[in-house]
Design a protein around this ligand. Structure first.
Ligand SMILES: [Ca+2]
Ligand SMILES: [Ca+2]
Length: 197
């Protein structure tokens, strides 16, 4: 009886060993694929999204790879602005008894692409409105890709202009950080520009 048990154990062990022997054999057949899997060294340059210097020329970092910045769709948003307490044009408060009601208009190549909602009674508006627009290829056309923004104070009559900013040539270096900001005596405004992944 004991012998029989031992025999069964030996057979089971043998089968187990046989299976385990087969497994590496099967793996050995697939083995040549493994070293071929990461041939990344010959591919596009790797990069770090948080460090624009890792991509040169007119390239930006997308999914850890340097890629042409334009033409490419981008999501635009006017995220925040800071508005002085008085209207520089006349030294008066923006509104009688309360703060301005800001909204912003963004244009790309002189075409209006985004009008934000109106924020009520605030010197520090923040908007969530977005639009997706293709920034075209600017190769050989330095006048292309002009970005501008105007911040207004919405009024019952004519709106008061708060500040206007213009970037005469959007480059990869400008869009790479994900936003552009202009700051001056008339206040500041930030536009987020993020590539569609
Ligand atoms: Ca006003
Ligand atoms: Ca107001």
């Amino acid at each position: 009886m004991r012998t029989l048990v031992m025999t069964l154990i030996l057979i089971l062990t043998a089968c187990t060993e046989s299976d385990s022997d087969d497994a590496p054999d099967d793996g050995a057949v697939d083995a040549p694929d493994t070293p071929d899997a990461p041939p990344a060294t010959d591919g596009p340059a790797a990069c770090t999204v948080t460090d624009p210097r890792t991509c040169v020329g007119n390239n930006i970092c997308l999914n850890s790879t340097c890629a042409p910045a334009f033409p490419r769709p981008y999501v635009f948003a006017v995220t925040v602005a800071a508005i002085p307490t008085t209207n520089a044009e006349n030294g008066q408060p923006w509104d009688v008894g309360n703060a301005p009601d800001p909204y912003a208009e963004v244009s790309l190549n002189r075409q209006l692409i985004l009008t934000t909602g109106v924020q009520t009674d605030t010197f520090a508006p923040a908007w969530t409105d977005t639009t997706t627009v293709v920034i075209p290829d600017d190769t050989g056309s330095p006048d292309l890709n002009v970005l501008s923004v105007i911040v207004w104070d919405a009024d019952p009559g004519d709106d008061d202009g708060v500040l206007a900013c213009r970037w005469t040539h959007l480059t990869a270096d400008l869009v790479h950080p994900g936003s552009v900001t202009c700051t001056g005596e008339l206040g500041s405004v930030t536009i987020a520009i993020r590539p569609v992944l």
